[in-house]
Design a protein around this ligand. Structure first.
Ligand SMILES: Nc1ncnc2c1ncn2[C@@H]1O[C@H](COP(=O)(O)OP(=O)(O)OP(=O)(O)O)[C@@H](O)[C@H]1O
Length: 255
């Protein structure tokens, strides 16, 4: 579980996060949505410990980040997995090499232990047959699955995903969403996903945080987002005619 308490982040005169508080539970897929420039990436980077908020605190399973020593912060970072936008795989390494990389960097495991772990996670994301291939030889959806395998190979408590669906066709995007949701539940991870994809919101949004101009405008579940009267949320989420119709049908079905 991650508790965010009133965090502020500025760059010079630009006050980007203006006091955001929320709770992300473990075993749940938590989504951050909001318009371009609303502060989603800055918020995610604060959760990752890449940006340090000037005010407020982030508490990881009872441990206040502000009170951790440098060594404890390094240990905490090793409990975090990250799926980057565009996958960010090493082109010169095979699928197995990419997934093994964090183990080689951060553990003292033997080659056979690392190989066993890599094979286990590749099996979990259904990519065991592609272990010897290079990123250029596999599809975008498979690359995302490699990125997910790499993010979970260290058995993280926290998983952060930046636009995990960008560049994928709708069907593959749903497969990736479902894989992240299943892994989150299976391993009881606290997962936070930065997304623009409204399909993801409807599909896997167990908790949705809507940021607007660096503030929490709204939060709730995928069912609550159908019913909300918050104008900023409805303008943003139901900007397409298709989603407007889906919302209308949902409301009518329940009346
Ligand atoms: N390192 C930085 N230095 C200065 N300003 C920054 C930095 N990072 C982000 N910003 C500013 O913070 C604001 C929020 O940016 P952020 O990237 O968090 O938006 P976002 O909601 O993720 O947008 P998008 O959906 O387009 O990715 C922007 O005005 C941006 O210019």
């Amino acid at each position: 579980m991650i508790e965010v308490n009133d965090i502020h982040k500025s760059f010079g005169d630009a006050h980007v996060l203006k006091g955001v508080s929320t709770v992300f539970e473990n075993g749940k897929t938590n989504l951050i949505i909001g318009q371009s420039g609303s502060g989603k990436t800055v918020f995610l980077k604060c959760l990752l410990g890449l940006f340090y908020p000037e005010e407020g605190d982030i508490i990881y399973d009872g441990n206040s980040y502000a009170s951790l020593s440098d060594k404890e912060k390094r240990n905490l970072r090793q409990e975090m997995g990250m799926v980057f936008q565009g996958s960010a795989l090493f082109d010169s390494m095979t699928v197995a090499g990419n997934v093994m990389f964090p183990l080689e960097m951060f553990t003292k495991q033997s080659v056979s232990e690392m190989t066993d772990r890599v094979n286990a996670v590749l099996k979990r994301v259904n990519l065991i047959d592609a272990h010897h291939k290079f990123p250029s030889e596999i599809s975008g959806g498979m690359q995302k699955r490699v990125a997910i395998a790499r993010a979970i190979v260290m058995n993280p408590k926290y998983l952060f995903c930046d636009e995990p669906n960008s560049g994928l066709d709708p069907k593959t995007a749903i497969l990736i969403d479902n894989l992240i949701k299943e892994i989150t539940e299976e391993y009881d991870i606290t997962t936070v996903i930065n997304t623009h994809d409204m399909n993801s919101v409807m599909q896997i949004g167990e908790k949705i945080l809507f940021l607007k101009d660096g503030l929490k405008e709204w939060e709730g579940t995928k069912n609550e987002i159908f019913k909300t009267d918050n104008q900023a949320v409805t303008d943003f989420v139901y900007s397409s005619d298709l989603f407007k119709k889906v919302r209308q049908m949902y409301i009518e079905e329940r009346n």
